[in-house]
Design a protein around this ligand. Structure first.
Ligand code: HMG
Ligand code: MG
Length: 284
């Protein structure tokens, strides 16, 4: 039996947050309900951010209320501040995620805060979540390159990842937000991060702007990372990162991992069905 690699599905959040047309809650619910049958442990389905900043995520509470929750699946939501945390709690998210950047330019553009200010905002969220045993994931964006500041020093990524881990994030997902990473820059970044955060607590979150996400996953696998974020149908991007194309497609990652002999526990036929739904949502 091959070694296990977990895929964290982010399509309904990272994917749909960037679609230009308004997507009805019922369409989002249908996509999540399909994904719920694929065997994921975790699916990110919502984002309690300011609707002025990301109008596409405005119906997040309705999505969480509308989905059929499958046993054993945790449905996650982004929470940039206490207001987002309270909304996520009211909507019964099973886990939440705070998101920081390794570059100041993107931090300002994405959440209107410096890196330091953003972590100060996350501390009360993590404290509140700890009291009720709500798992909190942490994201670090721009782990190799920033659309505003250029290349990101690996030590800076390590520092921010360490901060998120130290304040209580159970896992830190490392985002190549604009898909400019190469196997080489990803490996350098990971070698620095591994000095500060156990590899078993890291995830790779690679956008596929330059078609290199699968090669970057291979580089991360070689350094021991065993959790990867992806979006069904290759949906996605980030509205505050010019040039951020879709996340790497879940169906491509699963097929690739299985070719390499890893076990994902996922049903590729169901994922293909969800990918078709996702692609149809995208092309309308
Ligand atoms: P701000 O303008 O500095 O904050 O935004 P504010 O406190 O002045 O609030 C502005 C307005 O938003 C106020 O409303 C607040 O009430 C409201 P007004 O008084 O003007 O009517 N507001 C909220 N409404 C709903 N939910 C909330 C909330 N907070 C404030 N939680 C803020 C700061 C953080 C809110 C804003 O910058 C924001 O929402 N940013 C989110 C941007 C975003 O979602 N980006 C995409 C996700 S990150 C990503 O995709 C990267 C990732 O995939 C990893 C990778 O690829 O690298 C994770
Ligand atoms: Mg992303």
């Amino acid at each position: 039996m091959g070694e296990r690699v977990e895929i964290f599905e982010v399509g309904p959040r990272d994917g749909l947050q960037n679609e230009k047309r308004e997507i009805a809650v019922a369409e989002k619910v249908a996509l999540v309900d399909c994904l719920s049958k694929a065997g994921f442990n975790r699916i990110e389905v919502a984002s309690f951010v300011s609707p002025k900043w990301v109008p596409q995520m405005a119906g997040s509470a309705d999505v969480l209320a509308g989905i059929k929750r499958a046993d054993g699946v945790r449905y996650g939501a982004l929470t940039p501040n206490m207001q987002g945390y309270e909304d996520a709690l009211a909507a019964k998210a099973d886990e939440i995620a705070v998101f920081a950047s390794a570059s100041e330019g993107f931090s300002k553009a994405n959440i209107n805060a410096t890196i330091e200010e953003s972590i100060d905002r996350f501390v009360p969220i993590l404290e509140a979540a700890r009291h009720i045993d709500l798992p909190v994931r942490g994201y670090v964006s721009c782990v190799t390159d920033c659309p505003f500041d250029g290349p990101t020093p690996p030590e800076k990524v390590a520092e921010v990842a360490d901060r998120l881990f130290s304040v209580g994030c159970y896992e830190v997902s490392l985002g190549d937000t604009i898909g400019q990473g190469t196997p080489d820059t990803i490996a350098h970044m990971l070698l620095a991060v591994r000095e500060r955060v156990p590899t078993t607590r890291l995830a790779g979150h690679f956008h596929d702007t330059n078609g290199r996400a699968i090669d970057n996953i291979d580089a991360a696998l070689a350094l021991g990372v065993r959790v990867f974020d992806s979006a069904v149908g290759g949906l996605g991007g980030c509205p505050y990162a010019p040039g951020a194309a879709g996340n790497v497609a879940t169906e491509a990652v699963v097929a690739h991992l299985e070719r390499l002999g890893y076990q994902t526990g996922l049903d590729l036929a169901v994922i293909e069905e969800a990918a078709q739904t996702a692609r149809a949502m995208r092309s309308q």
